[in-house]
Structures are given as C-alpha cells and as structure tokens.
Design a protein around this ligand. Sequence first.
Ligand SMILES: [Zn+2]
Length: 260
Amino acid sequence: MKKIHLLIFILPVITLFTSSFICAQSLPEKPAQIEVLFSPKDNCAQEIVSAIDNAKSYVYVAMYYFTSRPLAQAVIRAKDRDVEVRICLAGGKDPAYDKYSKSRYLIKNDVDVKVIEDSGIMHNKFCIIDDFITITGSYNWTVSADLENDENVLIINSEKIARIYKKQFEKFWNGTYINSCKYKDKDRLEKVPVATGVSLPVSADKGVSKGKYVASKNSNKFHKPNCKWAQRIKPENEVWFDSRKDATDKGYIACKVCRP
Ligand SMILES: [Zn+2]
C-alpha cells in the first residue's frame, strides 16, 4: 500500500516537471516591439537618453559620428552606475578625431572607447542595451541629426535581435570582424580581418588628433587627412605634421590634389 501511495504522489510531480519543460522549449519568441522615430520632430536624443538611463547591465555603441553632449552624458551616467559601456567609433581620418567628437570627453570620463580604423565599417550605427534593446537607423549621435537632419531611428525591444547585433558588435570590439566588402571586383576571394579596434590615447589634454597633415613614410608628399591619397596610407606608414611649416621643414612637399 505504501508503494502505491508514493506513486500517486510522485506521478503528478513528474508530469508537472515534464510538461513545464516542454513548454519552455516550445515557447514562441515574443514578437519584437518597435518604436519608430523620425528626427527632427520626434525628439530622438531624448528617447535614446531614456533608454540608456534605464540600462542595467551594458550599453554597447557602434557609431560613426558622436558629438551629442546629452548622449555622451547619458553613457557616462550609465558607466557611473556600473553599467558596462563600450563605444566603437570610426577612426582613421574620420569622426573620432574630429574636434567636435565627444571621444575625448568620453575618455576623460573613463568610458571605454575604441576606434575602428577601417572607417567604412562604422557606417554601422547602432546601440544595444541589456540583451534586449537595439537602437539603430540612419541617426548619428550628433546635434545635427537631432535638430537639423531628417533621420530615422528604430528602438527595437527584442532579445533575438539584440543578440544578433551584440554578436556583430563583439566582432568590431575584438577586432575579429571580416570586412567582406574589401574586394568588390570578381577577384573578391580574399577576406581580411580589419585591424583590431585601438583604444584612443588617454591623455585628454593633448586631445586625440594626430596632427593636421599626413604623409606616408614612403613618399615625399603631404596631404590633408581627407585627401584620397592620404586615405591610402597604411596606418603604420603615417607621418603626421602639426603645420605646413612642420611638413616642409622636414622635406615634404604639398600634394597637388588636396593642396594642404
Ligand atoms: Zn593629397
């Protein structure tokens, strides 16, 4: 009789466990909730700031231009309450070194910033928060994107989508992203990993600008950083100058294309 009683007790318990296990396995992914915003009318910066202000575990940002003070302050606030903050910005001759960039301000406030030297990659513009929220769209984190330009922002609430973006972000951050757009012709066989994101120089006082003009070790011409010839110089061959005089004194001559 004892045995039977025991079985009567155990059976429902087993059934309960099994059925809840099956349920957990087959639960459909919740549909993503998406908020669609357009600047300048929808106050995008404020929406993004409040998403960051609610972050509990991490905020990862991949951004081309980052000049917005309210957004920079929001990520600093997040960092200050022990939320992990990581920011990838476009490097090379590009926005991270721009005088309006918040890169220096962020670094000064101990935010982890990495510069991705292959500038095209940071045309990605997205932010992931806590394995749940993905913010993306044409919107750069700038004042003009918020107040002047016509841009769009999606704020997506979905674990599934956040996971996909997070995976991509980690490749940028760890320098394991394969830039498959490097070769656009028929010989596009070789795929090369982009350079590992480099941390910006920490000295905030000195700023992050490498100089005003650039030349290659292998040439005697110097350029404006945005010159197409300057952009072909490999980072390891770059020689930077603070002024024209600095360059000419060292024996370099001005490029005829960009006329520095
Ligand atoms: Zn040039």
